[in-house]
Design a protein around this ligand. Structure first.
Ligand SMILES: Nc1ncnc2c1ncn2[C@@H]1O[C@H](COP(=O)(O)OP(=O)(O)O)[C@@H](O)[C@H]1O
Ligand SMILES: [Mg+2]
Length: 368
């Protein structure tokens, strides 16, 4: 099998502890995964029938709030092979091949779930609405026919693993004693799907996901915890009160975990950006001095060594060694920058550079 494909099956490294908040979701997922780690003798007696491990979970909620992270953590916690599937993995195929691609994913998941190094396999359909909204499109067109085929195949596969789970949980105990009862059950496939738009999913597809877990915006406490984690290795002057105040604001304005990460990164980079600017303007001054044929302006010490690039690099290193801590003001500016970026679609559509003006001051750049 090709290397890239193989890498996709590496067990998910993310664990619940890496995800901030979503306590109720974690408890629910842990409960679902419990049978996968138990000896077969217990699974077949205690987790039989209605208590059998579900075969599919839907994670839904706004973007950037941790659905993908949670799906990876499902695999991480279950010590399972992780098979992520993006809509493009299926939709980019030629007509007719898409259904086969769906089938192949489940065949591979089943194979993986039987391997010794993983107790089960987690197939993760990200943005499942892209696959599951098929029937609302133009059914007569080529695209409509193609996506109806994908949806139908997906429904068949989901039914299949659900039936298998039901069948194995109804096997009598005598039957199970043959297969070493102390071994955890193998051959378990769990489908996890995520969507920001459950309303766009086909109702038949939604019905296949008996367990639906909402993954929402972080609470005030979670926002504070995220900020604290992001700043753990960054020298800063933010007091507990500052962090609480920031967390309150982020929660009120419904910032996602992903946006909080962005604002923390922006803020943490602010002191570094100052050093870069400072070094760049020194390089500019030294170059001017060099062009004007000496150090008549009295900046001789500043421009040592003589090469403007070397002088700038020395300056940058010096400044980085005396880096100032991150402050609340950096957060304030980063939030303004991100809000400005969000409110100006041209930042995304018309090129990133358009929106860099104030925050990423380019005046110190050389006109080379
Ligand atoms: N609850 C959280 N805990 C830790 N990191 C988070 C959390 N929510 C979001 N993130 C960060 O935001 C990024 C995007 O999260 P992701 O799981 O891809 O969101 P979604 O799938 O809901 O769009 C992640 O890589 C992670 O760094
Ligand atoms: Mg995602």
């Amino acid at each position: 099998m090709e290397e890239v494909r193989d890498n996709k099956f590496a067990p998910g490294k993310i664990k619940f502890k890496d995800i901030v908040g979503h306590g109720a979701a974690k408890v629910r997922i842990a409960e679902i995964l419990l049978p996968a780690g138990l000896p077969l003798s217990i699974t077949s007696s205690v987790f039989a029938g209605i208590r059998a491990m579900p075969s599919s979970i839907l994670l839904y909620g706004p973007p950037g709030c941790g659905k993908t992270q949670l799906a990876r953590a499902v695999a991480g916690e279950a010590d399972a092979a992780f098979l992520p599937v993006a809509p493009s993995d299926i939709l980019s195929k030629f007509v007719g091949d898409s259904e086969k691609a769906v089938n192949d994913i489940f065949v591979e998941a089943h194979d993986r779930s039987l391997m010794k190094e993983s107790r089960c396999a987690v197939v993760f359909f990200d943005e499942i609405d892209a696959l599951g909204q098929a029937r609302s499109g133009d059914p007569s067109g080529e695209g409509g026919r193609c996506s109806r085929g994908i949806l139908a195949e997906l429904l068949v596969q989901l039914n299949h693993i659900s039936d298998q789970r039901g069948a194995s949980s109804h096997q009598d105990n005598d039957n199970n004693q043959h297969q070493n009862g102390m071994e955890p059950e193998r051959g378990l496939v769990l489908v996890v799907a995520a969507t920001n738009r459950p309303e766009d999913c086909d109702p038949a597809l939604l019905r296949r996901f008996g367990i639906r877990i909402h993954v929402g915006f972080p609470s005030v406490r979670d926002c504070k915890k995220m900020l604290t984690r992001h700043l753990a290795k960054v020298q800063n002057t933010l007091s507990r009160e500052n962090l609480s105040e920031l967390a309150e604001w982020l929660n009120t304005n419904k910032w996602s975990g992903s946006e909080i990460e962005s604002v923390a990164r922006e803020s943490a980079m602010a002191p570094i950006r100052e050093c870069i600017r400072c070094a760049a303007s020194l390089r500019k001054r030294c170059r001017r001095q060099q062009q004007s044929g000496g150090n008549a302006s009295g900046q001789k010490d500043e421009c040592k060594p003589a090469d403007p690039h070397a002088a700038a690099k020395d300056c940058l290193l010096r400044q980085l060694q005396e880096l100032r801590p991150v402050t609340l003001r950096d957060f304030d500016q980063a939030i303004r920058f991100i809000l400005n970026e969000q409110s100006r679609p041209e930042c995304v559509l018309g090129g990133y550079a358009v929106c860099q003006d104030n925050h990423y001051d380019s005046s110190s750049e050389e006109d080379e």
